[in-house]
Write a protein that binds this ligand. Structure first.
Ligand code: MG
Length: 257
């Protein structure tokens, strides 16, 4: 699985070999934006000696709202005729273990555990049938939401856009059956969301077709695919985790501002 990490003050990509507790260091741009190819250096470092970063540093995070039927019911929404899109700024992105900062502007901070798609190459006006060619892989995400501000504002930029509101990680898994993965969100070890990506209303390929009919996705951009039922509040001091089958567990702590 692909990770991004910091070691000795430098950010690099690597291939995580979890069972051996090792990272194989990759040099070069894994997205081949410079025309070159990424190179496995042969250098290996212990996983314990690196700080994991968000596995991608996207130019934008495109999110899909109300894409699971059971979540639509709990929100009292209607099934959308087409995917509902919104953006989180790149400055919301944090890595595994980083702190989610509870802003003083909200009284009702919610977790939403989600499957995230990481884009491999520039994608514009692609069809659902072509979508898999544009996917680098999948990772876990939290779409942290100030629920009260979402309702109060009538649009979602503020509610979804505070710094630290998009934890991503721990790694990018390329080969997973993304149409049928169990996704579990826990708060302080207690299960709050337990769904399957098979419950999505619009599939990942359909979402990429819809998003790229509006905006170009760049290498490393991330698309969040919606959350299953069971969203709820977080408090400062809480530890929230998202586990997706075949990918891993993303864990973050909430701190007060
Ligand atoms: Mg969401």
């Amino acid at each position: 699985m692909i990770i991004r990490f910091e070691r000795n003050g430098k950010n690099k990509h690597g291939w995580m070999v979890e069972e051996e507790n090792k990272v194989r260091v990759i040099e070069g741009d894994i997205y081949k934006r410079d025309g070159g190819k990424p190179v496995m250096t042969g250098l290996e470092v212990p996983l314990s000696e690196v700080k994991l970063l968000s596995p991608s540093a996207p130019s934008k995070v495109v999110c899909i709202g109300i894409n699971y039927e059971d979540h639509i019911k709990e929100m009292g929404s209607d099934v959308p005729a087409e995917p509902l899109m919104f953006l989180k700024p790149s400055t919301t992105v944090i890595g595994p273990g980083d702190a989610i900062v509870y802003p003083s502007a909200t009284q009702n901070l919610h977790y939403e555990g989600e499957l995230a798609v990481v884009i491999k190459k520039e994608a514009r006006n692609i069809t659902a049938a072509e979508a898999e060619d544009y996917i680098l892989g999948f990772t876990c995400a939290l779409d942290i939401t100030a629920r009260d501000l979402q309702q109060q504002d009538g649009q979602w930029t503020r509610a979804k856009g505070f710094d630290t509101f998009c934890p991503l990680g721990p790694a990018i898994a390329a080969k997973v059956d993304y149409q049928n993965l169990r996704i579990v969100t826990k708060v302080n070890g207690e299960i709050r969301q337990d769904g399957s990506t098979s419950q999505m209303i619009f599939s990942v390929p359909q979402l990429l077709e819809a998003v790229t009919s509006v905006m170009t996705l760049l290498p490393g951009d991330v698309v969040l695919t919606g959350t299953p039922a069971g969203v709820g509040p977080l408090q400062p001091g809480d530890e929230v985790s998202v586990t997706i089958e075949g990918i891993g567990t993303l864990t973050n702590k909430v701190v007060s501002k």
